[in-house]
Ligand binder design. Sequence first.
Ligand code: SF4
Ligand code: SF4
Length: 55
Amino acid sequence: MATVVKGLCQGCGICTQVCPRGAIRIIANVAVIDGDMCDDCEECVFACPNGSISG
Ligand code: SF4
Ligand code: SF4
């Protein structure tokens, strides 16, 4: 699954809006991906302005 690189995420929430499966939530200002819901489409990887999600 896609993973968030801690320390780079700014908690902007853009990834939560592009994820077609609703697999990303912002918790304590950091994106958290639910591995059971993620299907590795990598939309979030391309959308993150900080490059903080790796596919
Ligand atoms: S788009 Fe990137 S910086 Fe914004 S919340 Fe998601 S992972 Fe964090
Ligand atoms: S890879 Fe796709 S399904 Fe997985 S968290 Fe990112 S946008 Fe959502």
